[in-house]
Design a protein around this ligand. Structure first.
Ligand code: ADP
Ligand code: ZN
Length: 514
């Protein structure tokens, strides 16, 4: 399909699209000019077209490195559907010999391979004997240890790329913070001015972030006020089943999706969701990749996502049609504690990156400011301070200085020996006498009953914030102990500003309303 003269007519002719979207034109132009490029484009922005179109215009084959076989086969079908000559070369393909032959004959526009195959000697020999138009490296953030999805195999691509220095390379990713981007450029040998970043804002998505407090009920409420299809992300497979059971009571059709289900059940549930106009699917993060459903009206997270990138990508599945959609995240302090535990178990070289990612998430959930601004700044944009379409912009929360309560809380943890759970600490701070507190002799402590009536409402948020900030940690038995940032708070060298917690029972009406 070579020798189409200009990109726009190729776009019409091959894809039937009237125009390029956003940065596509810029990216395609660079590729056609043989320039090395990193395209950072959000999911749904149309990354694949950026190499598919040149693959049809340039002599030779575009070699696409892609990390997931399932995704590759989706892309293969899509490429073939528009008439591109495409093939995959993976362990599950039985026609590998035929594919090699087609490549050597110049009969392929696109050849999809996994990174582990791309880095073999066999593959290098194959490329030596054929004609390569372009290297496209999909999900390029996988090359960076800073990225949230590091794949050591991606590191082996560089020698292959460098063997063909004149072949243009196009790296693509939807999810890379500034640090990761710089690393990707470095690792793949792309100049800094070769980076093109598309706008990340999804103005029709309303971001809301709330502490967890009976999640099934919270999500049922969300469903009740949000018609249309929605995704509920739950962290465990068992959790998705339980959530589905509980949400079935809302009367909406509910299905489950996770990797533990039979492939046929998974496929059926996914298909039913894609077709439905009101279904709620309770899923692990295994769900969503490669799914084309523009009218998803809400994405709820029943727990903390892995990173801001993951959050953006998962919530980005809402409202692709541009109509209003909701992204609602429910989080708990234990999410942060668990994440920290996981970080402690990864190899030391990756810990700083993981910690930075968790800190960024912490900033997003605890901000009293605009959520969108935090998200977009994370992706390197300079957004306005307010967006008018997130919980905090719509209902600016009052700020309150909780430093004193935090000090009391930490003192209680310390004086009781850093071994009791949050429930007991609260009991001590509020002076609720029990057999246990009596036996422990804790009623004689200076921290016994020192929380004032006005401070009561801050106890739970303070505990949450202390865990989030790593001033408190949970031991394996559920007991609270000091983390590294406890001392500064106790000594008054750090403060704890908090968002005023919602007043559930109290109605705000007039001055006497509190
Ligand atoms: P990404 O890989 O960035 O998530 P895709 O490449 O899957 O995005 O494209 C998302 C959708 O947008 C696809 O359905 C694709 O056909 C469509 N698309 C891509 N480019 C254009 C365009 N220029 N005009 C109209 N639709 C487009
Ligand atoms: Zn906002």
């Amino acid at each position: 399909m070579a020798a189409v003269s200009d990109p726009v007519s190729a776009l019409h002719r091959i894809f039937g699209f009237p125009a390029f979207r956003g940065v596509q034109e810029q990216v395609v132009a660079r590729v056609l000019a043989g320039q090395r490029t990193l395209a950072v484009m959000p999911t749904g922005a149309g990354k694949s077209l950026c190499y598919q179109l040149p693959s049809a215009m340039l002599e030779g084959t575009c070699v696409v490195v892609s990390p997931l076989i399932a995704l590759m086969h989706d892309q293969l079908r899509a490429a073939q559907a528009v008439g591109l000559r495409a093939a995959t070369l993976t362990s599950v393909d039985e026609n590998r010999a035929e594919t090699r032959g087609r490549f050597l004959d110049g009969d392929l526009d696109l050849l999809y391979v996994a990174p582990e195959r791309a880095s073999t000697g066999d593959f290098r020999d194959l490329l030596d004997r054929g004609r390569i138009a372009l290297f496209a490296i999909d999900e390029a953030h996988c090359v960076s240890e800073w990225g949230h999805d590091f794949r050591p195999d991606y590191r082996l691509l560089r020698p292959l790329l460098d063997r063909f220095p004149d072949v243009p390379r196009l790296a693509l990713t939807a999810t890379a913070d500034e640090h990761t981007r710089a690393d990707v450029l470095e690792q793949l040998g792309i100049p800094h001015d070769g980076m093109i970043v598309a706008g990340f804002d999804r103005p029709n998505i309303r971001y809301t972030i709330t502490p967890r407090d009976n999640t099934p009920r919270q999500i049922a409420d969300l469903i009740a006020r949000t018609p249309g299809p929605g995704i509920v992300y739950v962290q465990s497979r068992a959790g998705t089943e339980k959530m589905a059971e509980s949400l079935a009571r809302t009367g909406r059709p509910v299905r489950v999706y996770h990797a533990g289900l039979d492939a046929s059940v998974r496929a059926a549930n996914q298909a039913a969701f894609v077709e439905s106009e009101d279904m709620v699917i309770c899923a692990t993060i295994a769900f969503g990749m490669g799914i084309d459903k523009p009218d998803v009206r809400f994405v709820a997270h029943a727990g903390l996502p892995k990173s801001i990138e993951a959050y953006y990508q998962e919530t980005g599945r809402a409202g692709r049609d541009g109509d209003p959609a909701v992204a609602h995240l429910f989080w708990g302090a234990e999410d942060f504690a668990r994440a920290r535990q996981r970080i402690a178990e990864v190899e030391p070289a990756r810990q700083p990156g993981e910690r930075a990612r968790l800190t960024a998430l912490g900033a997003l959930v605890e901000t009293a400011g605009c959520r969108r601004a935090i998200l977009l700044r994370h992706f390197g944009e300079q957004p306005p301070e307010t967006c008018g379409n997130c919980d905090n912009c719509l209902n600016p929360p009052a700020a309150v200085d909780a430093t004193q309560v935090a000090q009391k809380y930490l003192s209680a943890v310390f004086r009781t020996g850093q071994m009791f759970g949050a429930g007991y600490i609260e009991q001590v701070l509020t002076g609720q006498s029990t057999e246990r507190s009596l036996m422990n002799g804790h009623e004689a402590l200076s921290v016994w009953n020192i929380v004032t009536a006005d401070e009561l409402r801050l106890l739970k948020p303070v505990a949450r914030a202390l865990l989030l900030k790593d001033a408190l940690r949970t031991n394996p038995h559920g007991g609270l102990e000091f983390g590294p940032s406890a001392r500064a708070l106790l000594k008054g060298e750090a403060t704890l500003p908090l968002v005023e917690p919602p007043k559930r029972e109290r109605r705000r009406r007039g001055a006497g309303g509190g």
